[in-house]
Design a protein around this ligand. Structure first.
Ligand SMILES: Cc1ncc(COP(=O)(O)O)c(C=O)c1O
Length: 377
């Protein structure tokens, strides 16, 4: 083992394996439960649109042929949707892959990236992999502190990652804040704006990252088919930037990173406006219900612009997680984000939300009772 450690790149030893949300099948096996709800990875419980499913079935018929490495139809559709040129687009095997490709394109040892803390862990993973330094700037009252981030930008800062709305807090950087931040971004620094949850935002103050690209700013916008489009299992996301920046990232990409079934499913999902509207409405309704129920339970939460909610459970979130798990509800603990008293919960269908609240009530009561018993014995 020691010998092996000498042989791998030193950056590899610094990487912590990604801890994925618990898979439903795994849990069913472990606990012998048949009905499980997964509210841990901000997926869309409505699933893919029917039109997407049909398109994927058709694409399966030609699975013996390599996929289109240019992603022609999808790029064309996205370029039309956003009024961009196709060369301003790159498709990734999930936006996860794009984060890694961007790091591989721009980062080397001695470089720095800046990201908010807490935020999406892949930014740190990708920069560490490339031997770059990751500077984490704490959020302020759960909001990304753009002024503090700006203050940290130095000559080595190649990339700043901003997740808007931020995962796990669900808060947004407003248009005014973003305008000012981008206006003062120094020449050598590119802003990567991860807008994985943008379709769920309802605030009028939310900036559309693509506008900055139209203005010629050094910005890369990342979006995904995994969230509102309900296609997380296909692994497909896209990046938007200037033709020059996209050309550089394109050089690093594997030719066939997007399989043909994913291309077909994603393309069709763009056309299904009804599915998107239904998904947004579900989250809005769910959000109102959860806010009300949590307030009634005396719990606080961070108001969200995304399809997840950060809740203060006032006790070790690992305990809450384990107890919820026994009741067939999978959530995320806040300890991975440095928030041990918080849980992050995906807003689901009304049935799922109700089940979550009823399980949470039971769990908190049980944990309070056992704490009291311990204290009095
Ligand atoms: C902020 C953020 N960016 C990117 C991703 C990854 O999305 P994809 O499934 O497209 O890789 C996630 C997934 O949870 C996310 O929360």
């Amino acid at each position: 083992m020691e010998d092996l450690k000498q042989r791998v790149r030193k950056e590899i030893l610094q990487l912590k394996p990604y801890i994925p949300g618990k898979h439903m099948e795994e849990l069913k096996r472990e606990l012998g439960i048949s009905e499980i709800i997964k509210l841990a990875s901000n997926e869309n419980p409505l699933g893919p649109s029917k039109r997407s499913i049909e398109a994927m079935k058709r694409a399966a018929e030609t699975a013996h042929i390599y996929p289109d490495s240019y992603n022609y139809h999808l790029k064309k559709a996205l370029a039309e949707k956003y009024n961009l040129r196709e060369k301003q687009l790159i498709l990734g095997n999930g936006s996860d892959e794009l984060i890694k490709l961007i790091a591989e394109t721009f980062l080397a040892e001695g470089d720095e990236i800046i990201m908010p803390d807490p935020s999406f862990s892949e930014y740190e993973f990708a920069s560490t992999l490339m031997g770059a330094q990751c500077i984490k700037v704490p959020t302020k009252d759960f909001r990304v502190d753009v002024n503090a981030i700006r203050a940290k930008i130095g000559p080595r800062t190649k990339l700043v990652f901003l997740c808007n709305p931020n995962n796990p807090t669900g808060t947004i950087v407003t248009r005014k804040e973003m305008d000012e931040f981008i206006d003062r971004l120094p020449g050598g620094t590119i802003l990567v704006l991860d807008e994985a949850y943008c379709e769920y935002v309802t605030s009028d103050d939310y900036p559309d990252g693509i506008e900055y690209i139209r203005q010629g700013k050094d910005v890369i916008v990342l979006r995904t088919f995994s969230k509102v489009y309900g296609l997380a299992g296909l692994r497909i996301g896209y990046g938007i930037s200037s033709e020059e920046i996209i050309d550089m990232i394109q050089r690093v990409k594997e030719p066939f990173n997007i399989n043909s079934i994913a291309q077909a499913g994603a393309l069709e999902s763009l056309k299904d406006e009804i599915q998107i509207t239904r998904s947004r409405e579900m989250v809005e309704k769910g959000k109102k219900y959860l806010y009300h129920a949590l307030t009634h339970m005396g719990l606080t939460y961070v108001p969200t612009e995304a399809n997840f909610l950060l809740i203060n459970v006032n006790r070790d979130s690992q305990e809450v997680f384990q107890e919820l798990l026994k009741r067939g509800v999978i959530i995320r603990t806040g300890d991975i984000f440095g928030l041990p008293d918080y849980i992050r919960v995906t807003i689901g269908t009304m049935e799922q939300n109700e089940r979550f609240i009823s399980a949470l009530k039971e769990v908190l009561l049980k944990l309070t009772n056992s704490a009291q018993k311990r204290a009095s014995s």
